[in-house]
Every structure is written in C-alpha cells, then in structure tokens.
Design a protein around this ligand. Structure first.
Ligand code: MTE
Ligand code: MO
Length: 170
C-alpha cells in the first residue's frame, strides 16, 4: 500500500517536471515571436521605417488602463503597456502637415482610421504590446497581438485595432 502511494507520488512529480519543461520551451518561443514582431510606418504606400519589439520598447513602456469590450461580453478594465503611436511616427520622420487621418492596418485585413487630432492627444492613442504585464498573444495563439492599437479614452473598444501591422498618414 505504502509502496503504491510512493509510486503515484513519484509519477506525479515526473509529470509536473515534464510539463514545466515543455512550458519553459513555449515561453522561450513566445519571447522570440514577440521579438520578431514587426510594425511598419508607410508613406504613400512605401515603407519608410520598420520596428521590431526591442525597438518599439525603446519609446517607453507606458502603463495605462483601458476598457476592453469583447463582442457579446461586458467591458473589462485592463492595464496595458505600450507606446504612444505618435512617438513612432515622429521617430520615423513622417510629415504631419496637411494630413487628416492615421490609417492603422492589421494582418487580418482590418483597417481603422483615427483623426490626426485624436492621434496627437496626450495619453490616448497607443500601440500596446502587453496586457496585465504579459506579452499580447498573437492571432495564431488566439490573442489580439503582438501589437494592438488602443484608444485609451474610448468607452468601448470597437475602434481599436487588433494584430496591428502598419500605420500611414493620409
Ligand atoms: N484587426 C482587427 N481589429 C478589430 C476587429 C477585427 O475584426 N480585426 N474588430 C473590432 C471590433 S468590431 C471590436 S468589437 C473589437 C473587439 O473585438 P474582440 O471582441 O474580438 O476583441 O475589436 C475591433 N478591432
Ligand atoms: Mo464589434
């Protein structure tokens, strides 16, 4: 009886160790996926700058709260980490004069337009990469990242852009 119990305990320890090992590998892979995630700035359809996650993070890891309203669900407030979208555009050296809208495009073909007036506001239009301290999962993983454009002051999130890939001023 005692021997049986010891056997079960050892088996459980082995299972836990294997699961921890597998999980460690997926964490490393996830980190890699996030590092490789690219966000591009376009001008008249041409790529003028491109950033990976390491470069995006150099614009600051700003924490802010915003309300995510998933379809058919109650809205939930989360703490996101991201950079102001305008900071990326300024770094890329885009011309703001005479432009009216920022067009954010996603890998699923979704496109969101944000007025330049809104884009230039303090603490509003972000490119987020973490939620509650964790990297945003990719579309393949069932997430909304690796980059998600978030309009912090919006009461609901229908004008946000999941899997954001590029921005262009028009
Ligand atoms: N890339 C992308 N972003 C998107 C959408 C989409 O289909 N693709 N849907 C929008 C809509 S209609 C809503 S309500 C919000 C929230 O969608 P979710 O519930 O899938 O998070 O994301 C917005 N951003
Ligand atoms: Mo929606």
């Amino acid at each position: 009886m005692k021997l049986k119990l010891t056997g079960v305990i050892i088996l459980l320890i082995v299972i836990i160790a294997v699961l921890a090992y597998i999980n460690k590998d997926t964490l490393v892979e996830k980190q890699q996926l996030n590092n490789d995630a690219i966000f591009v700035v376009l001008d008249k359809g041409n790529e003028i700058a491109s950033y990976n996650m390491d470069q995006i993070i150099t614009f600051g890891e700003n924490k802010f709260k915003a309300n995510l309203k998933a379809d058919g669900k109650e809205s939930v407030e989360y703490e996101y980490t991201g950079v102001l979208l305008k900071a990326i555009l300024e770094d890329a050296g885009v011309e703001f004069d005479g432009k009216e809208t920022a067009i954010i495009s996603a890998i699923d073909g979704y496109v969101v337009a944000v007025s330049i007036e809104k884009l230039m506001e303090d603490d509003n239009v972000y490119l987020a990469f973490k939620r509650e301290g964790d990297w945003l999962a990719t579309r393949e993983e069932g997430g909304r990242g690796p980059y998600q454009m978030i309009i912090r002051k919006d009461k609901f999130s229908q004008y946000w852009c999941k899997y954001a890939y590029s921005v262009e001023l028009n």
